[in-house]
Unconditional design. Sequence first.
Length: 414
Amino acid sequence: MAGAVQILQGSLKGEGKDYYATLRREMDARKIPISLGKNCPVMCTFCYESEHSYRIVEDIPKTGQEDWEYILSYINKIPSKPGEYWVWGGNEYMVWTDLFLHPKAMDWLEDFLTYTDKNVTIFTVGFVHVPRIHKLAEKYKKRISFELSVNTLSRHRDALMPNGPTVKQVLKILDGPAVTSADFYSFGTTTMSADALTISKINKECVLWMGCLTPLRGMDDRTVELIRQGKKALPEEAQSIYDYNLSNKTTIHTEAYITAFLNRRIIVKTFDSLGLEKRDTLVVSKSIYKVLTMYRKKRARYLYIPNATLGGDTDCTALLTLADIQGRITNEKEIYIPKCIIEGGRGKYRDICGTDLEDFRANTRCRVKVIPKINTKFANRQLIKNGDLDNYVEDYIYNPNSKIFEDIPLPEIN
Ligand code: SF4
């Protein structure tokens, strides 16, 4: 297949530009580092990027043609792997934006598909050029994974996405072969469920990726209130969608507590396989603490660590930082930590902030035993495996144990 691809002979002459080192780091992590040269102008009030002080991001100038040719040439030097998807945009060392606001984005997407044999995952809230993206999807079947961030079509859209594309534009994008999955969320009654019906009427193929957003530090009160209102309405919204029996695949991947409960068997089985003793200290996030307390009470010492760095209502082991853990260490001489914490994407053995495990060891003088089998791949696999909406309705909403799970108290934090 690679032999059939025309390779654009772009130059690597800009190798010396100082910001190219950042571009290369993104590309080494399979990101396509185009930049708008500024923060995202869409200004969604729920944007997870509005507060990124926990990680250092570089100021990369707006990508020009010469930069693009450099990017494409560099990408072409990296061997392709079957099934591997490149992400449209840098997101580890650069600020995340909707890159289809770049006037050259559609041309460069076409270049990528024409001059490489690689696949691409694109994200947008809807600034793609509609006829062109459908044509590209037809021409390069199965090479584009297109995740359309619909977010909401409901009465709350204007407040949450003041500069977002119109509902009409979003529906036009959905009407055709391009979109692989559409994500949208509950913000109260008849929000997510009404959107599911609307989207499914237009596009019966795309995956409906649903749930709630997470309030994070820095979000305004109104947005936090809407997100929490959505969370309250989630069971009812999900039940309505379940009753609609849509032809689309329906998923509910965003809720950590639901994912943890639906995966309780594998969590317990994995815990059992670790062979920990009662006095061993295992680092756990909120929902994992609850699962282990419910099914393996006092079989080890569970050190509950809140996601203090990201703040808000975050509940995720992979997004815990070494600083979060350090803040909870008191007399521990040795702790066990899941490997996913130090697979934060900013280098080997580093968390999402880029902090090195060795620095943590030196600062805390605590021995750290990394649990290799609880890695990012494992976590993502479980997320996908049990994340169907049907599963949520049948094994969470209808399951009386889920209420017991929700009510398990967390340890007091001083
Ligand atoms: S379009 Fe995406 S990156 Fe831009 S503000 Fe909205 S959520 Fe954030």
